[in-house]
Design a binder for this molecule. Structure first.
Ligand code: AP5
Ligand code: MG
Length: 381
């Protein structure tokens, strides 16, 4: 069992080992076998997806009477009933009509799901409904419905593993972990990576980003692209940013910092972030350090793609004809962007060199050559 696991923004510590889980399942399976020994019908085990998939498989292996398996999922949405919340069955894989049913749940807390399930299964013609759950939170269970088979009781804590998830991940752990209220951010497992893709305008940051995010499961955040989206949407922020961008100047630090923090807070399911076009000033770099520090994280590495100024112009003029970006249109704007880069952004090279996080790649080769260099550099980080 791992010492700690980190899933997205949360840290979990060991709670129930796989051996303990198996012992609990042995006990509950023995009770079910006693109750159904010699039965002449074929009872149905109803696996409630996705959480009880592992438990159902383990339980079924231990049963020594003939039984069928049917699986189903409950969807919940806000409906028109007075209760406000209505649940509906999605894709029951077989019939329970005229059958004795054992509902197999991973966890029962308030009992709302069990209440709905019992009613639905009865409506679908089951002659008897029993409930078997791997875990029960007795402190919060408020329903009168009898729980026939409970493998293990636990306190009202947030847990993951053995089928149970945190926002769909963590189900694959064979042991069960509980939320650590005092997270130790020094754990390395599942820590997010924060790569900065650095370089002058036209260096190929956007071009290389797509392959990098795919290979390393990253979320690409291009502040330039986010700002262009705001402009296209005609938002207040977009209107403010447009004149500055079209003139080749930077938008205020706090605007981009807010956008970045928003992305950090909303994006899930990735191993990290690839920041393209941020930070662009020392003040932004310091703000980023603060933001990450507050999350117990830090910049992983700065991957810098370098090309000479003449090549910047060639590439941007070539792109102007293809993409029609307003800030690519005039030579004057391109020159201002290059100047702004040297004045305000280039000092970051030293900033990250001193921090020991800076790696530079020659960006003058073909797109494929540059990509290969980036990959081999990142693989060694
Ligand atoms: P942003 O969108 O970030 O523009 P930029 O930094 O000027 O960078 P580009 O997107 O122009 O270049 P790129 O490196 O992505 O090159 P690409 O891959 O497209 O920012 C725009 C504006 O938004 C800023 O000026 C500023 O006003 C504002 N802004 C953004 N972030 C900000 C921040 N943090 N703070 C304040 N303001 C901010 O490649 C260029 C062309 O070259 C393409 O046509 C490509 O096909 C070609 N190419 C790429 N690689 C190669 C290669 N190896 N060989 C041949 N051609 C290649
Ligand atoms: Mg770009």
């Amino acid at each position: 069992m791992k010492n700690k696991v980190r899933l997205y923004d949360k840290t979990f510590k060991p709670f129930i080992t796989n051996a303990e889980i198996n012992e609990a399942i042995d006990r509950v399976a023995a009770c079910i076998n006693d109750d159904f020994r010699g039965c002449t019908d074929t009872p149905v085990l109803l696996c409630v997806l996705n959480g009880s998939i592992m438990f159902t498989a383990e339980l079924m292996k231990r049963l020594d009477f003939n039984c069928e398996i049917v699986s189903m999922k409950l969807s919940s949405y806000v409906g028109t009933r007075s209760t406000g919340k209505v649940r509906e069955v999605m894709g029951m894989t077989g019939s329970v009509d005229g059958k004795r049913v054992i509902i197999v749940e991973d966890i029962v807390d308030t009992g709302n799901t069990i209440e709905d399930l019992t009613r639905i299964v009865r409506e679908k013609g089951a002659t008897e409904v029993r409930i078997c759950t791997l875990l029960l939170k007795p402190d919060v269970y408020k329903k009168a419905i009898k729980l026939d088979y409970v493998a293990k009781e636990i306190p009202n804590d947030f847990i993951v593993g053995f089928g149970l998830d945190y926002d769909e991940i963590g189900r694959n752990f064979k042991d069960i972990y509980v939320l650590d209220p005092e997270p130790d951010y020094h754990v390395t497992e599942h820590k997010m990576n924060y790569y900065i893709l650095f370089g002058p305008p036209g260096a190929g940051k956007g071009t290389q980003a797509s392959a990098m995010v795919e290979k390393y499961n990253l979320c690409h955040i291009s502040t330039g692209a986010l700002l262009r989206k705001e402009i296209a949407a005609g938002s207040e922020l977009g209107l403010k940013a447009k004149s500055l961008i079209d003139a080749g100047q930077l938008v205020p630090d706090e605007v981009v910092e807010g956008m970045i923090e928003n992305e950090f807070n909303t994006v899930k399911g990735v191993s990290g972030f690839l920041l393209d076009g941020f930070p662009r000033t020392i003040a932004q770099a310091e703000a980023l350090d603060k933001m990450l520090d507050a999350r117990g994280e830090g910049v992983t590495s700065v991957v810098s793609i370098m090309i000479p100024d003449e090549m910047i112009k060639e590439r941007i003029q070539h792109r102007a004809a293809i993409e029609g970006r307003a800030d690519d249109a005039s030579e004057e704007t391109i020159n201002t962007r290059i100047r702004t880069y040297h004045e305000k952004t280039e000092p970051l090279v030293d900033f990250y060199r001193k921090a020991g996080k800076y790696v530079e790649i020659d960006g003058t080769g073909t797109i494929e050559e540059v990509r290969a260099k980036i990959f081999s550099t990142m693989d060694q980080l």
